[in-house]
Design a binder for this molecule. Structure first.
Ligand code: NAD
Ligand code: DAU
Length: 341
């Protein structure tokens, strides 16, 4: 029986991780520490709310006392998902990104060091710390860090803090750097859920620039399986890239979504490009495949159709999410109401 502290477990990847973990490790226990920002939604975990193996703590990773108290109750693995995660929001206001993604990680690392009994601390990072690629090549774990957005800069800062806590204090920590995730429960500010839900509402799909930026997509369940491997088998001090091997341009993704929903291409609305928009991400994840046996299971075409079906079948979930603060963000980001053509 292992005890896990998952932070940010009410967000997209964190909630998928907790649901998967409780299915795969029947004896394990999970504490979920989440401050419930706009992106945190306890509904994602409604199915396990009453499971005695699961406990929710409403709190902030920057709160030293809360983090120390949870660790003091007994934790073997920490998986730190908690973050501000959206590039466009980091361009509008970088403050919360430094607060959670840098200071929050420092608090978590310090508490973990003082706790002194962890088997592993997993820092969930991103391929965006490597910056942008030209048409050739892939990121490896030794590619230089060259972040281009306040979001990716804050994640790179955290990666370096983790490295320093391993080197200085011997904290048994690993960093994982994954490519773009897709799947159920993703907040509809990110490309795939935004375009799927807008298309279902016959609203424009705001495609940045020429639509030819490339992302390397992975199903969230494959990312979560890789994170379990990193926690249970990862070697302290190591960095592990995680990718799906599904490089696609944004216009290709948009076409897949429109075809799946039988919607017209006239919904595509080219808009001003994102500043410092990374052109291409591609991941060399041969290290985690060879050393920890990671192997993505979800076929991309099938994963996308299932994801589109999930949003079609869970309209109430995203209609609720697309209210309140979301509307304000949408106006700032796109200069239009989220429900107007
Ligand atoms: P998300 O925005 O959906 O969820 C973030 C969660 O963290 C929310 O539940 C939020 O309430 C919580 N949170 C934010 N600040 C907090 C704080 N100070 N204290 C406690 N909880 C807080 O994010 P996501 O897409 O699930 O990403 C999770 C992690 O994975 C992030 O660290 C992100 O950088 C990383 N990542 C994401 C992707 C992707 O494609 N989404 C890819 C690679 C890595
Ligand atoms: O690569 C991993 C990263 O993937 C994670 O670290 C981030 O947390 C996650 O948000 C994601 O970052 P991206 O910036 O790549 O994801 P996003 O969904 O915002 O954008 C994907 C691509 O789609 C990108 O090239 C920008 C484009 N895009 C996005 C939005 C929101 C559009 O063309 N229009 C849009 O409205």
């Amino acid at each position: 029986m292992a005890r896990w502290l998952v932070t940010g477990g009410c967000g997209f990847i964190g909630s998928n991780f907790i649901l998967g973990l409780l299915l795969k490790r029947r004896e394990d226990r999970v504490v979920n520490l989440d401050s419930l920002t706009y992106a945190g939604n306890p509904e994602n975990l409604a199915s396990i709310e009453k499971d005695p193996r699961y406990k929710f703590v409403h709190g902030d990773i920057r709160d030293t006392d809360t983090v120390a108290r949870i660790l003091g109750e007994g934790v073997d693995y920490v998986v730190n998902f908690a973050a501000e995660s959206h590039v466009d929001r980091s361009i509008l206001d970088s403050g919360p990104f430094i607060a959670t993604n840098v200071q929050g990680v420092q608090v978590m690392l310090d508490a973990a060091r003082k706790h002194g009994k962890l088997s592993k601390f997993v820092q969930v990072s991103t391929d965006e710390v490597y910056g942008s690629l030209g048409p050739e090549g892939r990121f490896t774990e030794t590619s230089p860090l060259a972040p281009n957005s306040p979001y990716s800069a804050s994640k790179a800062a955290a990666d370096l803090l983790v490295r320093s806590y391993f080197k200085t204090f011997g904290l048994p920590a690993v960093v994982t750097r994954c490519s773009n995730n897709y799947g159920p429960y993703q907040f509809p500010e990110k490309l795939i859920p935004l375009f799927v839900t807008n298309a279902m509402q016959d609203l424009p799909l705001p495609l940045y620039g020429d639509g030819k930026n490339v992302r390397d997509w992975i199903h969230v369940s494959d990312h979560c399986s890789a994170l379990m491997l990193a926690a249970e088998k990862g070697v302290p001090g190591e960095v592990y890239n995680i990718g799906g091997g599904n490089e696609r341009t944004n216009i290709e993704i948009t076409g897949m979504i429109l075809r799946a929903l039988r919607k017209p291409e006239s919904l595509i609305k080219p808009v001003k490009d994102r500043p410092a928009h990374d052109r291409r991400y591609a991941i060399d994840d041969s290290k985690i495949r060879a050393s920890l046996g990671m192997k993505p299971q979800v076929d991309f075409e099938q994963g996308i159709s299932e994801t589109v079906r999930w949003y079609a079948g869970n309209r109430k979930w995203w209609e609720r999410v697309k209210t309140g603060e979301y509307r304000e963000y949408y106006r700032k980001q796109y200069g239009s109401e989220p429900d107007r053509l």
